[in-house]
Structures are given as C-alpha cells and as structure tokens.
Unconditional design. Structure first.
Length: 445
C-alpha cells in the first residue's frame, strides 16, 4: 500500500522551514515530508551576490523576526543561536548591525534547514496537486516532474509567489535576454558570457537599485539603463507606526476588514515594502552616479517618468519602445538584456494577480472560489473547499496570502514564526475535530 504522509510541504524556503522547525521542536507531525525543486535550496539564491557588495547588502528586517523567535525566543532555531553555535556571536554583536548581512541570513536559513534535512526531499519540482477519494478518505496526490507521486492528508504550499512579468515582456522570457530578478544571478551571468554589454533594468524597487549597483560595481564595462514610471526611486517607509503592519494584531484586523478598508490600508502602507528602497542603497547609487560624472563617464542612465510601450526581440537584442512622460516623445532602443524588477503576483482578480496559483489548478474543482474565481483562504491560511470535501485534509497557503492577510504576508520574513504557529494549531484542531467525528461515528454504530 502507498505511504500517505500526514503533512507534505511543497517548497523549503523560509516559510516551510519555519513550519518544519516548529514540528521538530513541538514533536508534531513526525510523519511529514518537505519537497523542494532545488537540489540545494538557498534563500533568494538568485539575489545573493557573493562578492563585496554583500557587505553593504542587508536584510530588510531586524534579525529577531527570524524563523522562530516570535514563536518561542527559547527555540534552538533562532538567529541568535545560529550566531552562537557557529562561533560568530561576539563579533556579530561587535559590528552593531541593526540588520544582518544578507549572506549571513541566508547561511542562517541554511543552518536551520540542514538540521531538518531528514524531512526534506530535494530536486522535487512539484507539477500538480490533485485530490483522491480513497475509500471515502480524501488524500492529496502530489505529482512531480519526475519520480513517484507523494500522497498526504494535509498539504502546505510554501513555494513563494509567481513573478510578475509585465504584458509587454510575456512572450519574451524564453529567449534568455529578458528575465525576472528571481533568475538574476544565473541569467545575467549567461548573458555576460555571451558578451552582453548593455542592460535595461525595469522598476524602482529595492531589488532594481541593488541590481544597478551590482552590475555597475562588478562589471564596470557595462552600459546600464534604469527605466521607471515614477519621478524617482521612492524611499521605503520604515517608521515604527507603519511597521505595526508586521504585528499579528494587524494580520487579524486586515483579515476581518472589508474590501474598501483593505484598499485604503494598502494605499497607506504600500511603501513599507513595495516599489520602495532603503536609504543606504539609494545614497550609494547616487554617489556612484556623481563619481562617474566626475570622471567624465556615463555608465548609468536613469530614465524617469518613462513608460515602456512595447518590447520586441530582434537579432541584435531586445528593442524597447518607450515614451518619455516629460516630453511625450516616443523612442526605441536595443538592449542585450532586460532585467525585470517588477514584483510578484498575489491572489486576486486584477491583471497583476493570479486567481488560482498554478499548482492548485488540479484541485480547482474542489475549491470554493469567490465570485471573481479566486481562491479563498480562512484566517489559518487554509484554502476553502466545496462543502462535499469538508472531511478532506487542509490545503494551506504558507506565504501566498498577501491579499487576505495583509502586506508582509508574502513579501516579508517578519511574521513567519507566528504564521507557522497559526498553521500548526489549525492542523491540530482539524485533526482533533476529525478524530472526534470519527469516534462519535464509531460510537453510534
Ligand atoms: C530578492 C528578495 C529579497 C528579499 N529580502 C527580504 C528581506 O531582506 N527581508 C524580508 O523580510 N523579506 C525579504 N524578502 C521577502 C520574503 O521574506 C522572501 O521572499 C522569503 O524568501 C519568502 O519565503 P517563502 O518560503 O515563502 O518563499 P521562497 O523563499 O521563495 O521559497 C520557496 C521555495 O519553494 C521552492 N519551490 C518553488 N516552486 C516549487 C515547486 N513547484 N515544487 C517544489 N518546490 C518549489 C523554491 O525552490 C524555494 O526553495 C525578499 C524577497 C526577495 C524576492
């Protein structure tokens, strides 16, 4: 008989690592498995730069908002314990860094993951989730690109969000010349190896600035063009009042809020995390531009108030047709590579969003979608199922619920630990209720 896991986690990034750490420390769901498509999952590997820029590149978070501290400050999986166990605590404290270096935090995430690797299967790119009804017991079947399917009572999808590719570029991503930041390291290196010299960076986010800095510092022979619709790169809003969006009480309030109130909050808090940059990278880029001008070179061009009207692949590169918002003039220019720092897709019915994440398409018939055809989740991040499937296990979206649970649910590490606790509590309660139902059913016979 095929083995059925109690819990299968899809993806082993920070979201599901935080959950696996909780299972381990609380001795829960020992019959669980985590599947990751990568052979060696590493936190945001495509945006780790592996050279001196890393010294300046920090995480946008205080380190105690890690995989465990907010759930249990005594956990062995805290960032502090990582520093302690790897012999770095004193020297790290001595640097007086408010926010750790990104590679250090990636190493911390890897350090936690390594201790939980007994539950991890790597190189498992999940293609499809379906629901089976076996002798009136609903189980999920998880199919991968290769290998045998995995069966589980509960599934926790922690794959991160799909990248947002603006419509003008949708047809061009196969070429290798146009790529989202989630492929930055591998794709830009492949282009450099083919002799690429002229890049366009689209967007005004933190990642856009980091990419401009990285390319300008480590490939000084390149010609870089930044394109943004805004007048300038906006500064991230990190004031402590706004940062209360990273409190569980905010999640509570946002989840209960109606559509209008959610919209009003979103407009207010957007700059805490999206399309906005930290002051340190902005100042560094500004100084770089000044320094270049001082030496009579013009390697970085900032195209502000600019709309990209069309993109077309030609023999010599990708031709962008753009309109200058100031003059109203339209012009076109060819680039060897175009890097999209254009964000990610939430669940929703607008053109930037996705109604049902691709992985859930196989269970679409069992999902109770809303009037716009979008997946609905409860406060515990469980996708709502049709009434006939009430006895099925949970299908949890861990890190995909920005639209329902508020800014930061997907785009920040801040709430990973409390979210893991909420999810674990919901699974336990659901199993308890199912057992109680089963027990009373047996008793009634
Ligand atoms: C460049 C970048 C920098 C960020 N920096 C910060 C920061 O400094 N501070 C902060 O608070 N937040 C930051 N964030 C936001 C957020 O905290 C991170 O995106 C975080 O990594 C989200 O964790 P996750 O586990 O949900 O998803 P991910 O980290 O994306 O992990 C998803 C995992 O799922 C795997 N996977 C994907 N699809 C499949 C599949 N079909 N089958 C199997 N496995 C799959 C992937 O290989 C990956 O290991 C950053 C985001 C980005 C994009």
């Amino acid at each position: 008989m095929t083995k059925t896991f109690d819990v299968a986690g899809i993806g082993f990034g920070p979201a599901n690592i935080a959950l696996a750490a909780l299972f381990d420390e609380e001795s829960l769901y020992s019959n669980s498995v985590f599947l990751d498509k990568s052979v060696n999952p590493t936190w945001q590997q495509e945006m780790l730069f592996n050279n001196a820029l890393d010294i300046h590149s920090n995480i946008q978070n205080i380190p105690h908002r890690d995989l465990a501290t907010l759930r249990s400050p005594r956990s062995k999986y805290t960032f502090m314990n990582y520093l302690h166990r790897t012999g770095k605590l004193l020297s790290h404290l001595n640097m007086d860094l408010l926010m750790p270096m990104r590679p250090d935090f990636a190493a911390y995430v890897g350090w936690v993951a390594e201790q939980l690797s007994g539950k991890l299967q790597t190189g498992c790119g999940v293609e499809r989730i379906t629901m089976l009804d076996e002798a009136h017991q609903h189980v999920y079947r998880i199919d991968m690109q290769s290998g045998e399917p995995v069966f589980a009572r509960h599934v926790v999808v922690g794959t991160g969000r799909e990248p947002y590719i603006p419509p003008a570029f949708e047809e061009l991503t196969a070429s290798g010349r146009v790529f989202h930041l989630n492929r930055y390291n591998s794709a830009h290196k492949a282009l450099l190896n083919k002799g690429a010299r002229k890049f366009a960076v689209v967007g005004s986010s933190q990642s856009a600035v980091e990419i401009l800095l990285h390319l300008s510092k480590y490939e000084p022979r390149l010609e870089l063009h930044s394109f943004m619709r805004r007048f300038a790169f906006p500064l991230k809003d990190t004031n402590p009042f706004m940062s209360e969006i990273y409190f569980p009480s905010f999640t509570e309030m946002y989840f209960e809020a109606g559509k209008d109130l959610k919209g009003r909050i979103d407009r207010d808090v957007r700059r805490t995390n999206y399309g906005a940059c930290d002051m340190d990278v902005l100042e560094e880029l500004y100084r770089q531009l000044y320094y270049d001008r001082m030496h009579g070179v013009n390697r970085i061009t900032i195209n502000r108030l600019t709309d990209i009207l069309a993109a077309k692949e030609e023999a010599e590169g990708v031709r962008l047709t753009v309109r200058d918002g100031e003059t109203g003039e339209t012009r076109s220019e060819c680039f060897d590579g175009v890097i999209l720092a254009t964000g990610f897709r939430n669940i929703g019915s607008d053109s930037r969003s996705v109604r049902v994440p691709r992985l859930l398409e196989g269970v679409q018939d069992q999902l109770a979608l809303d009037e716009d055809g979008c997946v609905q989740v409860d406060r515990s991040y469980r996708a709502q199922l049709q009434p006939g499937f009430a006895s099925a296990g949970a299908l949890v979206l861990n890190g995909l619920c920005e639209a329902t649970h508020g800014m930061g649910d997907a785009g920040s590490l801040s709430l990973l630990a409390p979210r893991a606790q909420t999810i674990a509590n919901a699974l336990l309660q659901q199993d308890h209720d199912a057992d109680a139902g089963l027990a009373s059913g047996v008793a009634a016979q």
